[in-house]
Design a protein around this ligand. Structure first.
Ligand code: C2E
Ligand code: CA
Ligand code: CA
Ligand code: CA
Length: 275
């Protein structure tokens, strides 16, 4: 048993070393990813529940590693946040999304995810402003998605920054609502324009009465506060029907469209040419 223990320990030690080396490698490669042209954005449609009309797209980051292939943002974003490269990457994301949206013939919204590290960067608002000027995108067509977790580090600074963002005319959505440090007072204290209910609640809405109760409560909260609510991760007709019955405002999910290169949505971003 003793030898077993030691072997287990050695194995543990070795795999720890591998995990750390792996992480260092990704951290290093991520710093080069922009210059090497390995990052791109995919876009996922957001639609009105009643109108079924497109309202905008969420831009989601993709990284094609030269050796490893596609790496999920759930893996590389936390690494970028800890190593600080998220500042450069986040700036790239906002610039690319604004440039893209500015080229659309229809005035659809583009939503970008903004990490806490970016929010607390003193240059954030200035850079955002500069990007809007450089790309010519109307500020009201840009929406930044912030999670509640991003607010807790320093409420006062987050509030000051988000007020400045709002003063630019940029919209602000609370992302992943219901997960993490949900506090109802955040909804009132911060200048949010939209609540996004996390997909984990939507996916159990027809099987789990607690999830349905939570979704109804968030929808009621949105109505009471005058904030539109978007349900994320809608995958089935039954989920969409539930959300329609409960008067949810907007939906996003595989049922409505998977995240894809913007070329797949040309018919939506560009009016058909009249010959
Ligand atoms: P998120 O912001 O909550 O984005 C929604 C995620 O759910 C996306 O995963 C999307 O592809 C996925 N999704 C959309 N519809 C469905 C559905 O119907 N079912 C299921 N199961 N999933 C659906 P993705 O693209 O892998 O991104 C994961 C997370 O990585 C994002 O979660 C966001 O937190 C982060 N992320 C992605 N792009 C960026 C970025 O540009 N900047 C920052 N800071 N974070 C990003
Ligand atoms: Ca998001
Ligand atoms: Ca989300
Ligand atoms: Ca999420």
């Amino acid at each position: 048993a003793k030898t077993d223990g030691r072997n287990t320990y050695r194995f543990f030690e070795a795999s720890m070393g591998t995990a750390i080396r792996e992480r260092r490698m990704l951290e290093h490669d991520l710093r080069l990813a922009i210059a090497r042209n390995e990052l791109r954005l995919v876009y996922q449609p957001q639609k009105g529940v009643r109108s079924q009309a497109m309202t905008g797209f969420e831009a989601l980051l993709r990284w094609k590693h030269p050796a490893r292939g596609d790496i999920s943002p759930a893996v590389f974003i936390p690494i970028a946040e800890e190593s600080g490269s998220i500042l450069e990457i986040g700036d790239w994301v906002i610039q690319a999304a604004c440039r893209e949206a500015a080229s659309w013939e229809q005035p659809l919204t583009v939503a970008v995810n903004v990490s806490a590290v970016q929010l607390y960067n003193p240059d954030f608002v200035q850079q955002l402003h500069q990007t809007l000027l450089d790309t010519g995108l109307s500020p009201k067509r840009l929406e930044i998605e912030i999670t509640e977790t991003a607010l807790v580090r320093d409420f006062n600074r987050a509030l000051t920054t988000l007020r400045l963002v709002k003063a630019l005319g940029v919209r602000i959505a609370m992302d992943d609502f219901g997960t993490g440090y949900s506090s109802l007072s955040n909804l009132r204290a911060f200048p949010f324009d939209k609540i996004k209910i996390d997909g984990s609640f939507i996916r159990s809405v027809n099987s789990n009465s607690q999830a349905a109760t939570i979704v109804r409560a968030v929808l009621g909260l949105g109505r009471g506060l005058g904030l539109p609510v978007l349900a994320e991760g809608v995958e089935t007709d039954a989920e969409l029907q539930f959300l329609r019955d409960e008067a949810c405002d907007e939906v996003q999910g595989y049922l409505l469209g998977r995240p894809a290169a913007i070329n797949n949505f040309r018919h939506l971003t560009h009016r058909e040419m009249v010959v």
